[in-house]
Design a protein around this ligand. Structure first.
Ligand SMILES: *Cc1c(COP(=O)(O)O)cnc(C)c1O
Length: 361
């Protein structure tokens, strides 16, 4: 069986070791005689799987005791509404930095519930950089300050965090969760759809400082209230059981095979540098992002010629490198190299790009 190298932005590749283990446990997980898919979420067997996943995420991300980890559904997109409904509760106001489509969606959704201020934007240059932020321009009375930490579509990432003082910093970390260590204590809320770097689609992880729970707007639907889920161990209703199980396997892989997030970061830097170094020296391909703000996870690049871009994407596909087409709003190419993409896959892609340049240059 030939597996492809999948550079999709999401859903994306999973570690092969995780897929093999899930396959081996498909019919009988831990001697239970059942697949995890078939277990009651109220069973002892399933609770052990759930608790193991939460313990591992706490350990790997070094999550302080005063933070709750919630296993929700609805995608990162639901958090665009859930965050304001729960946090815009004192002055009905929040600040936003617009660094791309997802950041903008978070802003637009929040503006339906209160005053949403745009502090800065990089729209003027197709979101190819992270705007310099000056804390003097932030709203002192904002209920929270929102950023999209890693901009999946445009390939930029924050290397330093805005200093928001006492205003809780909220970050969408959908496409960089677990890619490197992060100081959770600097944030009020972190959230991520699982399908980029954690698990298959269906799970949305929320890490929230406990004091921010319990002040939702009255009109907040029960299912959109963080309190509902924190009071019920994320089992107010049926959680995405199987996806949580796979997230646990991915976390075990990070812990045991990789050796934690410091090690994960080293590997991710090695992979990203292979591509960025090639792009910086290529006469055909070039990266689209300001060097200082480059993402470790998503690398957009172009040839400057639409026909050549299409030819590259289609020849790459034939050679087993799939999903390299850029986002429909940007064009060109994008290589998403999440945790599960092996170094070897990136080395082979770079060799392929180099050969393509020779043949078509
Ligand atoms: C993919 C992505 C989203 C959307 O996630 P869903 O789970 O599909 O709602 C939001 N933000 C970022 C940064 C993303 O990469």
């Amino acid at each position: 069986m030939a597996r492809v190298y999948n550079f999709s932005a999401g859903p994306s590749c999973l570690p092969e070791a995780v897929l093999k283990r899930a396959a081996a446990e498909m019919l009988d997980c831990n001697g239970s005689g059942q697949s995890v898919m078939e277990m009651s979420h109220r069973s002892k067997e399933y609770q052990a799987i759930f608790d193991n996943c939460e313990a591992l995420i706490r350990e790997m991300m070094n999550i302080p005791e005063n933070y709750e980890v919630l296993f929700l559904q609805g995608g990162a997109s639901s958090q665009f509404a859930m965050v304001p409904m729960n946090l815009m509760n004192k002055n009905n106001k929040a600040d936003f930095v617009i660094t791309g489509q997802w950041a903008n969606k978070a802003y637009q959704e929040a503006s339906r519930y209160g005053t949403a201020n745009v502090i800065a934007s990089s729209k003027d240059k197709t979101f190819s950089y992270i705007p310099k932020l000056d804390s003097a321009t932030f709203s002192k009375d904002a209920d929270y300050f929102h950023i999209c930490m890693n901009n999946t579509i445009y390939g930029t990432t924050y290397k330093t965090l805005p200093d928001t003082g006492d205003v809780p910093l909220v970050a969408d970390i959908s496409s960089c969760i677990l890619s490197e260590p992060i100081d959770v204590s600097k944030f009020g809320v972190l959230y991520a759809g699982a399908q980029k770097n954690l698990a298959p689609a269906g799970l949305t992880l929320v890490i929230i400082r406990k004091d921010l729970i319990g002040n939702a707007m009255d009109k907040t639907p029960t299912m959109f209230n963080y309190k509902t889920h924190s009071e019920n161990g994320s089992m107010f209703n049926t959680p995405p059981c199987y996806t949580i199980y796979v997230a646990g396997l991915v976390l075990e892989w990070i812990k045991k095979e990789i050796g934690g997030l410091d090690k994960m970061k080293e590997i991710n830097e090695k992979k990203a540098n292979l591509i960025y170094n090639f792009l910086d020296n290529s006469k055909m391909f070039k990266g689209t992002v300001v060097a200082a703000d480059r993402s470790l996870m998503n690398i957009p690049f172009v040839t400057g010629n639409d026909e050549l871009d299409s030819k590259f994407v289609s020849e790459a596909k034939k050679a087993g490198f799939i999903n390299l087409k850029g986002h429909r709003s940007v064009g060109g190419m994008r290589a998403s190299i999440y945790n599960a993409m092996p170094v070897e896959g990136v080395e082979k892609l770079v060799a392929f790009m180099s050969e393509f340049e020779k043949q078509n240059g």
